[in-house]
Design a protein around this ligand. Structure first.
Ligand code: C2E
Ligand code: MG
Length: 271
């Protein structure tokens, strides 16, 4: 009995929370922050990753871990993800209009990708925002890329957008498929980067991950770089691009503008 009332309590809470999330979208409480991606060799500013936040009226700013799982279980992620993609592309177009040339990466949830109209939506957003397709990177979790998705990924790649695996972890069955999929970028998860500080075993693990990616001719972006030692080791592994608190935390677009002004070398210098 106790279990029953607990679960109905949970249900009531989740229905309530879903209502709050629906209102949050309507009331424009979601916003995006952007985290710089840096070329590890030249220090060039080569991109940003868009990350969602929720300015909750009572609880303050919430991180994705606190609400994205609920967006996914309620299906609201399809609408919120559409908003995030459109917002990131509009912002990317604004930077592009100012003469900056760097990529904007957007996280795509499994449900959003499964949505039948996803490829058309991406195409429409590119047209309406006028953001160049070649500067848009779509990041997918590895588990999203299961089943019969080759045609849809090819359709996306044909739009000119670049496709990335967010939490690259070889050894899973996907690896053999990567070469036949139009994936060009893999992100090295920050948990692997963190192991670089821990032990020689961590370095070996990262070495083998990088090796696999290189053999498949994939560009590697290391995330969660927090200190100079991690950066140095990644450079020794010839990892091209890095992202992490060592360079910058995620910031709102206006702060990224200021960061760009201050940044001594960046690829996106106004032309
Ligand atoms: P992710 O795609 O792996 O994003 C990287 C996460 O690592 C971000 O957390 C970022 O703030 C954090 N991070 C970056 N550098 C460092 C560092 O040096 N140290 C540490 N400790 N953390 C670092 P965040 O913003 O909380 O996002 C968490 C996850 O939420 C993202 O992981 C992504 O899977 C998801 N997410 C964020 N925005 C969206 C979105 O618009 N749509 C969807 N579907 N998922 C999103
Ligand atoms: Mg990501």
């Amino acid at each position: 009995m106790a279990h029953k009332s607990e679960s109905s309590g949970e249900l009531a809470k989740s229905v309530d929370f879903t209502g709050e999330l629906t209102r949050a979208l309507e009331d424009e409480q979601f916003f995006l922050v952007y985290q710089p991606e840096i070329d590890l060799r030249s220090n060039a500013f080569v991109g940003v990753e868009a990350l969602i936040r929720w300015r909750h009226p009572q609880r303050g700013v919430l991180s994705p871990d606190e609400f994205v799982p609920d967006l996914e279980s309620s299906g609201l992620i399809v609408a919120v993800g559409r908003w995030a993609l459109a917002t990131a592309c509009a912002q990317g177009a604004e930077w592009h209009d100012k003469g900056f040339r760097f990529t904007v990466s957007v996280n795509i949830s499994a449900l959003q990708f499964a949505w039948s109209d996803f490829v058309n939506e991406v195409e429409e957003v590119l047209i309406s925002s006028r953001f160049p397709a070649g500067l848009l990177v779509l990041e997918f979790a590895q588990r999203t890329l299961a089943g019969d998705i080759t045609d849809r990924l090819n359709d996306l790649a044909e739009l000119g957008v670049r496709l990335s695996i967010d939490d690259f972890e070889p050894g899973q069955s996907l690896l053999s498929d990567i070469e036949v999929l139009p994936i060009t970028i893999v992100k090295l998860d920050r948990h692997f980067v963190a192991t670089l500080s821990d032990s020689p075993a961590g370095s070996e693990l990262v070495h083998s991950l990088v090796d696999v990616a290189k053999k498949s001719k994939l560009q590697i972006v290391a995330s969660g770089i927090e200190d100079a030692e991690q950066r140095k080791r990644l450079q020794l592994e010839e990892v091209g691009v890095g992202q992490g608190f060592l360079f910058s935390k995620p910031h709102e677009a206006a702060d990224i503008d200021r960061y760009l002004e201050d940044f001594s070398i960046f690829s996106g210098k106004p032309l």
